[in-house]
Ligand binder design. Structure first.
Ligand SMILES: [Zn+2]
Length: 259
């Protein structure tokens, strides 16, 4: 049995986007600045992972993107629509996705609505270019390195990758307000895992949905969001849950002002 681990190989955090000056567009008419960013994470067999904790968080959890000291998150007051592509996944795959989504919804106080299956492949191209795009914002599905750029060129044993997009504004007064707008989760169909238990598809999907909500890897090896996937941990742990609460309904709605 291989030791399945998780590493953070590709990260484009909001802070990085902002400091690099990319993803920004000045709108002279209002003085407001459009903000946009994305993040990517993956589960992998890692032998020399570089751990870079997010700028905000504790040993038990960390956030992928932070603006004005607050984690970027979905607006928890609006339903999150999701779709799936399980045609190339294991038998029982959709049930794993459904139960994992329900678990995340319960822990965060968010409402997820399944809109049915899609033939779309989970690729980076699924993510919107603008906040105004209308389609199911979350796609979870099985693919491989041939069909999905998210899995292409990754280290051997990569289990999955998640990428999110967020959009927002910086007001003339300088306040930054943004919300996660979309997430795509690509699960590597070439990996053979049990549906549930430690190091299972269920554990991987929960981990990836943690990324989709806005969690980054934590340096706490006991958590499901650990940089190295704990082999025997089958569910989200206390630190994971604490981070998810801060990304959910408890801190209130997220209303991004119109530009
Ligand atoms: Zn990860």
């Amino acid at each position: 049995m291989v030791t399945l681990r998780i590493r953070k190989a590709l990260v484009a955090s909001a802070a990085l986007v902002l400091s690099a000056g990319t993803g920004l567009a000045l709108l002279p008419a209002t003085g407001a600045v459009a903000l946009a960013g994305s993040s990517a994470s993956q589960a992998a067999v890692a032998s020399s992972a570089t751990v870079r904790p997010a700028s905000l968080g504790t040993a038990s959890y960390a956030f992928s993107s932070v603006l004005d000291g607050k984690p970027v998150r979905w607006n928890p007051c609006a339903p999150i629509l999701w779709t799936s592509n399980t045609t190339r996944g294991p038998a029982g795959g959709l049930a794993v996705l459904t139960s994992s989504v329900a678990r995340i919804a319960a822990l965060t106080g968010t409402t997820w609505k399944y809109v049915g299956a899609t033939t779309r492949v989970p690729t980076a191209g699924y993510l919107p270019k603008a906040a105004s795009a209308t389609y199911p914002p979350v796609l979870i599905g099985w693919a491989d390195a041939t069909s999905s750029d998210l899995l292409r060129g990754q280290a051997k044993g990569v289990l999955a990758m998640t990428r999110t997009s967020w959009f927002g504004v910086q007001t003339p007064a300088g306040a930054k307000i943004a919300a996660t707008r979309a997430a795509v989760v690509a699960l590597d169909r070439t990996d053979v895992l049990p549906l549930r238990g430690g190091t299972s598809w269920n554990a991987v999907v929960l981990h990836e949905l943690g990324h989709a909500m806005g969690l980054a890897h934590t340096g706490d090896a006991r958590q499901l969001m650990a940089t190295l996937l704990p082999r025997t941990v089958a569910d989200l742990q206390a630190g994971d849950k604490a981070g998810l609460v801060k990304l959910g309904r408890t801190p209130g709605c997220v209303t991004v002002p119109a530009m």
